[in-house]
Ligand binder design. Structure first.
Ligand SMILES: [Ca+2]
Ligand SMILES: [Ca+2]
Length: 259
């Protein structure tokens, strides 16, 4: 039978003291190391990618951006201040919300081309069905679609809703429809529609569109290509940043080079 020899009292106390001090020192080291490590990591972000601006330059940050939510029945392309900003990633169905971060600069001219799904020769979908359109947008700066937006149709059909002998009308789309200085003063205002009339699908209810109105021209069914324009003013606004992009994306837009 093995006999356990009890440790002397002094030994027990020494072990306890060593354990206690080891624990205290480890805890303190951990506490002190954590914030420092985080700071180092954040600083490293800028250094690592070599994008630290020269002194005097202020870069925009994510806190300068705003969220843009856009839903089009069925497709859209959006320019802000003359620059291509967002394109609907799904041209027909399912109906989807496009949600992007934008860096707003005011005054802000928004130009959107929206298209209902319609055959260019008949104005119909699924053979003989007349589809309807609808467009809604909300930016986190409070910009929302409403009848204060301008709207003009460039493709109508089937004329008189005649699905047996469908005829369409195409009007030439101005080359500079998306530009800041394009003259839309003669255009009519957009028409607002109820949610029931447009009947949006599930993704609409998952995004923030509070306060925004559904818009189109006065004919939600027969007008199939519609351009909307709207200008957001913010008096006295100045950018917090002073960097300017050097990028020229015109080569990525081949249809522009054809002109
Ligand atoms: Ca239609
Ligand atoms: Ca449609």
């Amino acid at each position: 039978m093995v006999q356990l020899h009890p440790q002397p009292r002094g030994m027990k106390a020494l072990c306890f003291l060593i354990a206690f001090f080891t624990f205290t020192i480890c805890s303190l080291t951990l506490l002190m190391a954590q914030p420092e490590g985080k700071e180092k990591k954040e600083k490293g972000k800028d250094k690592g990618k070599g994008n630290k601006p020269p002194s005097g330059l202020l870069k925009p940050s994510m806190s300068d951006t705003i969220k843009a939510n856009i839903y089009a029945d069925n497709w859209f392309i959006m320019y802000i201040n003359g620059k291509l900003t967002a394109v609907d990633s799904i041209d027909f169905i399912p109906h989807n919300v496009v949600s992007v971060d934008i860096l707003p600069e005011y005054p802000m001219t928004i130009a959107v081309m929206a298209k209902d799904n319609a055959d260019p020769k008949t104005g119909m979908e699924y053979g003989t069905h007349i589809g309807d359109g609808g467009f809604i947008l909300k930016f986190a700066d409070g910009t929302v679609t409403s009848s204060s937006w301008k709207a003009k149709s460039f493709f109508k059909g089937p004329l008189n809703s005649d699905t047996q002998n469908p005829k369409v009308q195409h009007d030439p789309i101005p080359d500079d429809w998306f530009k800041i200085d394009f003259d839309d003063s003669k255009w009519k205002n957009a028409t607002e529609y109820t949610e029931e009339r447009v009947n949006p699908k599930e993704p609409f209810y998952k995004a923030d569109f509070k306060g925004a109105k559904w818009i189109w021209t006065e004919d939600l069914d027969l007008d199939n290509t519609v351009i909307f324009r709207h200008k957001v003013e913010k008096e006295g606004w100045k950018p917090r940043w002073n960097t300017k992009p050097n990028i020229d994306i015109s080569g990525a837009l081949p249809w522009r080079n054809e002109k």
